[in-house]
Design a protein around this ligand. Structure first.
Ligand SMILES: [Zn+2]
Length: 400
């Protein structure tokens, strides 16, 4: 089935050309759900004459957006904790009141798979309404074998209920649950690794993630999880250098990780290692903002080393209750000093790469899936410039 989309300004986001890979008066030929060609609007291939054509009045087309780091599936809300903190409560008082990640784990365990899906759908719909066609969703609030699998099944279900590609990441090594307090290695042996095997056997994990931090897991512990991922043939990614520099990004890069995420405390050796391995730096300005962090990720060093930079919402109840990828783009520019072009590449080309999908989506190029966002804006910089404004005209997704 062929069709032509025309009268578009097309930000192809192909690198090494005009800014944004921009084609001022362009058209795209779609054949059976894939992009057949991208050309000037008056340069339609001869054998495509007479093919059904839709005109878009000069609007801007970009690749459909990719949110490459979310914790979209969870139970409960942390709004009361947010309120308590602003009323002056200490972390101890909040913990005593059952707050923190412990409360999200308890609420997630208490929900059925159906309930988790129902709770996550409105969040997913907010992302889709902004032109997102690919969403990564992590487990990591179950922390038992059964509850981690339940989260991953809920994430898979979300992908069947909406026209969106869901990529799952198994994040059993997110936090040490209270019942294993002080026994992180036992938690790895008894829960994290067996749940990973089970998730893989059921086809529930597209990648394996971990949280390398003083309050979570050491590099040596993360290496154990990555070894098992390698044995199962699964790609890895890592929450690294968010609150301190433990060398997590270096470990991830040595393991050929798709991405290392957060990276506020990333040092120059980590930058070099990521550049050498082609690991994507996923920056999460929502968490930086919400936690009122002050240590900035080393954007200049990443840029100079040509490490691909992606941006994501990190949607989660504790540190980034955000369901707007457009806002993440704005924050990437205002807080981290990315350019608007880098911000758009960060939610298209580089976000696709962070999920191992560079051959499928993220740029408008022949052979890729027909996944587009069409915007009511005059220039692509407006997507990162405006705050609280959604100019999406239409999302076009032709999945198999
Ligand atoms: Zn995260």
């Amino acid at each position: 089935l062929r069709r032509i989309l025309t009268d578009l300004a097309i930000a192809t986001m192909q690198p090494d050309g005009a800014p944004y890979g921009l084609l001022a008066h362009g058209a795209v030929g779609v054949d059976d759900g894939r992009i057949a060609w991208v050309a000037a609007a008056d340069d339609v291939p001869a054998d495509w004459r007479g093919v059904e054509t839709e005109s878009f009045g000069g609007r801007l087309m970009t690749p459909a957006l990719v949110d490459c780091h979310t914790h979209l599936v969870f139970g409960g809300s942390r709004a009361r904790e947010f309120e308590m903190r602003l009323e002056g409560a200490t972390y101890e008082e909040i913990a005593l009141a059952g707050g923190g990640i412990v409360s999200t784990v308890a609420a997630t365990r208490a929900l059925s798979e159906d309930d988790l899906v129902e709770a996550a759908l409105p969040r997913l719909d907010r992302l889709i309404a902004e032109g997102v066609a690919t969403v990564e969703i992590k487990s990591g609030y179950g922390l038992t074998v059964a509850d981690e699998l339940k989260m991953l099944r809920a994430a898979r279900r979300l992908g069947s209920l909406r026209p969106v590609r869901v990529m799952t990441s198994y994040l059993g090594a997110h936090a040490v649950p209270v019942e294993y307090k002080g026994r992180a290695d036992a938690y790895l042996d008894e829960i994290v690794l067996p749940a990973l095997d089970a998730a893989h056997a059921e086809g529930l994990a597209d990648a394996v993630d971990g949280f390398c931090e003083g309050i979570a897991f050491s590099p040596a512990q993360i290496a154990r999880v990555f070894d098992r991922a390698a044995a199962l043939g699964l790609p890895v990614k890592l929450h690294a250098e968010q609150l301190s520099d433990l060398g997590g990004a270096r470990l991830a890069a040595f393991c050929g990780a798709l991405s290392a995420d957060h990276l506020e405390y990333l040092g120059s050796d980590g930058v070099s290692a990521m550049a050498a391995s082609g690991t994507v730096a996923v920056l999460l300005p929502g968490a930086f903002y919400f936690l009122r962090e002050t240590k900035l990720p080393p954007v200049v060093a990443l840029r100079e080393a040509r490490v691909p930079i992606a941006l994501a919402t990190d949607c989660n109840p504790g540190s980034s209750p955000m369901t707007s990828l457009l806002l993440a783009m704005n924050m990437g520019c205002t807080l981290f000093r990315l350019t608007p072009e880098e911000a758009l590449a960060g939610v298209t080309r580089n976000a696709a790469r962070a999920l191992g999908l560079a051959g499928e989506t993220g740029t408008i190029a022949p052979g890729k899936r027909a996944e587009f966002a069409i915007w009511d804006v005059g220039h692509p910089a407006e997507l990162a410039y405006r705050i609280g404004f959604n100019p999406l005209f239409r999302r076009i997704v032709e999945h198999e």
